[in-house]
Design a binder for this molecule. Sequence first.
Ligand SMILES: [Cu+2]
Length: 144
Amino acid sequence: MKSVQRLALVAGGLAVLAIVAFLGLRGGADRPAGPAGPPAATGALYAVVLEPQQAMPAIGEMKDWVLTLRRPDGTAVDGAAIAIDGGMPAHRHGLPTRPQVTADLGGGRYRVEGLKFSMGGRWELRFDISAAPGPETVTVVLDM
Ligand SMILES: [Cu+2]
């Protein structure tokens, strides 16, 4: 094999590797809270969707959120007691504030106040839900 041909082969191989690496990186960057929709999670008893009341808050901004609580079949769940906890597992710290459900808005919707994300990265919010279907903790993942 001529050295020019060998060089072309090596260059081709590197290009393929670069493309594979690029696609691999892209594939790894899954965003649960992106254009695909608001942060959401479904457990055995409940499906939870968390939406900012207005625009998505910036880092460090305290905004009200609306949590929608449904059975997995889509039936709205009213009258639930919901406690909120969470943090950043990768940083091993909890939430910077103590968010609470402050109002049952009806139709399975609840107002959440006091939620703040103090830095960018992946956050987990655990909702301890107690209602007629039973107790369950549903974890929502958010990328800020
Ligand atoms: Cu952190």
